[in-house]
Design a protein around this ligand. Structure first.
Ligand code: PMV
Length: 304
């Protein structure tokens, strides 16, 4: 009986969440500190799934796993495999619903594991397509940013339905990621923005700020980059997708010396990111811990 594995990483949006849904540019980074592993084993009968949400026959899985179900179905058809005799184990260390793209990461790991089982190569374009299919079930109108960042494993400059380009940040700075510990639904956040009366003007601002940060990276201008990030947080707040905790984290990070800070991902919960000079990072981390951050990570932007 064969066994195979697939692995994937998470992602962090630097700039452009929400406005990316409306065709504006976004910048997103791979996040390797959290991983998901999918294991597929051949067994005598049935399709069984073991995951944090549910363990048992795939047919009986709750609706939260509808994207996973759809993905398995599509891949089995594409690979001409019969839909029985499989045990699928999903082991995710990526906190769900915190803006890390955990659902896209699960789709990537699972697709890789299924293709590995039959010894077939999975090209990035086909992988992206599979991820998008599953993501459409999680929220109706995904921009594709999560899937593209996770599949490319590099920092990307992204515009919906256009070519994605890999970029290098290469700045001597840290990006501090503070998790509020509060899960939030991307679907609800996207709807909140859609219904906001100031949507068009704030989306326009967010698009310009994202474009500005792209130039700040090119010019290695950390001061302006920080300011633009904080302004983006103000627009996201005006769109109704911040939270008290996220606002507090942003304030605390800036008071402790961050060059700028904002929420990252869908918002309404999840994570804050703060741009920091290396010698300030520890102060910011300590302040965020005191403020109740659930988990804190430091990404070295020189490495990305
Ligand atoms: O999956 P999250 O919570 O990181 O958010 C995705 C980013 C959004 O712009 C809010 C939605 C999208 O489809 O791009």
């Amino acid at each position: 009986m064969k066994v195979s594995q697939g692995k994937s990483n998470a992602k962090i949006i630097l700039m452009g969440e929400h406005s990316v849904v409306y065709g504006k540019s976004a910048i997103s980074l791979p996040f390797f500190a959290a991983e998901v592993t999918a294991k597929v084993e051949e067994v005598s009968e049935g399709v069984e799934i073991i995951s944090d949400y549910f363990s048992g026959p795939l047919d009986e899985a709750p609706s939260i796993l509808n994207g996973v179900k759809e993905l398995i179905d599509t891949v089995l058809k594409r690979l001409d495999m019969k839909s029985s005799g499989l045990k699928i184990t999903l082991d995710s260390k990526i906190p769900a619903q915190r803006g890390f793209g955990s659902s896209a990461a699960v789709s990537v790991a699972l697709s890789k594991a299924l293709y590995n089982l039959v010894g077939q190569t999975l090209e990035p374009t086909a992988l992206r397509e599979l991820v998008e299919k599953a993501e459409k079930i999680h929220h109706e109108n995904p921009s594709g940013l999560d899937g593209d960042t996770i599949v490319s494993q590099q920092a990307i400059y992204f515009i919906k339905n256009k070519n994605t380009s890999n970029i290098k940040i290469n700045m001597d700075l840290d990006l501090i990621v503070g998790d509020t510990g509060n899960p939030a639904s991307t679907k609800t956040a996207v709807q909140t923005v859609y219904n906001n009366e100031n949507r068009d003007s704030e989306i326009e601002k967010l698009g310009q700020l994202s474009q500005a940060v792209f130039l700040n990276i090119k010019n290695q201008d950390s001061i302006l980059m920080g300011k633009n990030m904080t302004q983006a947080h103000q627009s996201l707040k005006a769109l109704g997708v911040s939270s008290d905790e996220l606002d507090e984290f942003v304030d605390v990070a800036i008071e402790s010396g961050a060059l700028g800070a904002k929420l990252s991902g869908g918002g309404l919960g999840g994570c804050m990111i703060a741009l920091s000079e290396k010698n300030k990072s520890q102060l910011i981390v300590d302040a965020l811990k005191k403020q109740g951050a659930d988990t804190i990570w430091i990404l070295d932007l020189k490495e990305i």
